[in-house]
Design a protein around this ligand. Structure first.
Ligand SMILES: [Zn+2]
Length: 408
């Protein structure tokens, strides 16, 4: 894949040039660039280097990978899992209640995928509209009655939003904000469409505090440009003219793994009086925390590689569960082609393809029961209980299930 890479010298948020690298993962593929057998070895690979800005504290990459046609054909969708579907329903209901949304209010989701999240808002009585660059996902959403513009959201996007949906009462981004190359330009575009009186911006991002705590280096992806904790998100949003209302709309056990839910309103809105006081970044406000984190990640990668080598040396057959970003990137960093017999995933669009980097074939979960291995590493550990329950037969026959978290 001929993805061009360009490099920046300044912070994506504050423009400072005081950026300190604390982590480098060499030779990493794109997370969702699954390969047919004929394309093995032809995938894009490039180092992922993560910096912390001394100016604003936001961690980020300084390279941009031209995704070209990549997003246009993107078919990844998360609505297959029962847990995810429950999360989407609870998110819609809680946002509805908490921000006093009413039937006829409009909800716009950016990165709306197959429309599953918007459908929950539609059922509550909202007028909904999505932005999504993937044609197959847009087609799926439209079949389900969700209106979507087939494009990225930018300063011209307000032309695409139907007039009766403007101004927008809720703008929602689930795991999309941290993919944006220029978050401040994006927020300026959101300001143009958001209801100045009672508009709310709700962002679900990967919480850097959790990434650091769990040493989840696999979340550093080419597709992720910025990495924030609650305090740096608050500072970033304030810089863009927003006030943060809440950083835990749903309690942690009802959120997705690593999910940080940040809601914000425009400065001067009716909700602005509910704004949180300045949050303390704690240890994440100190550069030495990231120096230590970088060293810890290097040790984790080495530990996982050693585990894989040791199991293989014993003749133990390994496989994985979860070909999402976590699975793909962990495999790419820690395994060689041939180390893992397969990786199970519920998403049928990945079946028959290989993970980029480690070239592991993706198979349906049933494969683990039909062709059992000795050890199955669960990469999607957020769904560990659900996966354990579904693979009870695998365990009854002596197979071992291990959560990735235990190996890091
Ligand atoms: Zn900065």
């Amino acid at each position: 894949m001929g993805n061009n890479v360009t490099y920046r010298e300044n912070c994506r948020v504050c423009g400072s040039d005081r950026l300190d690298a604390f982590l480098e993962l060499p030779d990493m593929p794109l997370t969702d660039a699954f390969l047919s057998e004929a394309r093995l070895g032809q995938e894009f690979r490039c180092a992922i280097k993560i910096f912390r800005c001394a100016g604003c504290g936001v961690c980020q990459t300084l390279h941009d990978v031209d995704m070209g046609a990549y997003y246009n054909e993107y078919t990844y969708t998360t609505s297959a899992s029962g847990f995810v579907s429950r999360f989407m329903r609870e998110l819609a209901e809680e946002a509805w209640r908490h921000f006093e949304l009413r039937p006829g209010d409009s909800v716009v989701e950016i990165g709306s995928g197959d429309g599953a999240q918007l459908a929950f808002f539609q059922r509550l009585g909202a007028k909904v509209f999505g932005f999504e660059p993937s044609a197959p996902l847009v087609a799926g959403a439209r079949r389900n009655g969700i209106p979507v513009a087939l494009r990225l959201f930018d300063h011209q996007a307000e032309r695409d939003i139907p007039a009766d949906c403007l101004p927008v009462q809720l703008v929602l981004l689930c795991y999309t904000f941290d993919h944006l190359p220029d978050p401040m330009d994006f927020l300026a575009a959101v300001r143009r469409v958001l209801d100045p009186r009672r508009g709310v911006l709700l962002l679900e991002v990967h919480d850097l505090a959790k990434i650091v705590e769990r040493r989840e280096f696999c979340l550093f992806e080419h597709e992720h440009t910025t990495y924030c904790c609650a305090a740096t998100m608050q500072a970033l949003l304030q810089r863009a003219g927003f006030e943060v209302l809440d950083v835990e709309l749903l309690p942690e056990q009802r959120r997705r793994a690593n999910s940080l839910l940040v809601s914000a309103t425009l400065r001067g809105s009716a909700y602005a009086s509910r704004a949180l006081p300045t949050l303390d970044a704690g240890a994440l406000g100190r550069p030495e925390t990231f120096t230590a984190f970088g060293a810890a990640v290097r040790a984790s990668v080495e530990k996982l590689r050693a585990h894989v080598r040791a199991q293989r040396a014993k003749g133990c057959r390994l496989a994985g569960y979860g070909a999402g970003g976590r699975g793909v990137m962990t495999l790419a960093a820690c395994a060689q082609p041939g180390d893992f017999a397969y990786v199970c995933d519920q998403n049928p669009s990945f079946h028959g393809l290989y993970t980029p980097g480690a070239h592991v074939p993706v198979v349906p979960p049933q494969h683990a029961l039909d062709n059992p291995v000795d050890e199955l590493v669960v990469f999607s550990f957020g769904y560990y209980e659900e996966i354990c329950a579904s693979l009870a037969k695998f365990r009854e026959r002596g197979g071992k299930l291990v959560s990735l978290l235990e190996l890091l």
